[in-house]
Design a binder for this molecule. Structure first.
Ligand SMILES: [Zn+2]
Length: 109
């Protein structure tokens, strides 16, 4: 069961609401149980955020590999390809970061 603090939005998982909100200190009465639908939305966006985090990590890995390829400097077409992969990895990373920030500002997590 998920419980939401009406003061700060903290989400608690458990059979009961906590005695005190771990984030803002509000008492138990300030917590309300979320409906199944709301709980599903939260777990879906939780998973989605994890996927974005994983994509960011992979993009960082592509960036490292591309850098290594650029340094090896085998021939110009090969270096050009690595430079492109390097730039694209940054776009992938920034796009996922912006999306996570969007979720958080819309109260989705
Ligand atoms: Zn709170």
């Amino acid at each position: 069961m998920l419980w939401k603090c009406s003061v700060c939005g903290y989400i608690h998982t458990g059979t009961e609401a906590p005695e005190k909100c771990p984030k803002c200190g509000a008492p138990k009465e300030k917590f309300s149980a979320l409906s199944e639908e709301e709980a599903k939305k939260i777990s879906d966006s939780d998973r989605t955020n994890d996927i974005h985090m994983e994509i960011i990590k992979l993009a960082m890995r592509i960036k490292e590999l591309a850098k290594e390829g650029i340094e090896i400097n085998l021939d110009p077409p090969c270096v050009a390809l690595f430079k492109q992969a390097h730039d694209e990895s940054l776009v992938i990373k920034q796009r996922s970061k912006a999306e996570i920030a969007g979720h958080v500002s819309r109260g989705k997590w």
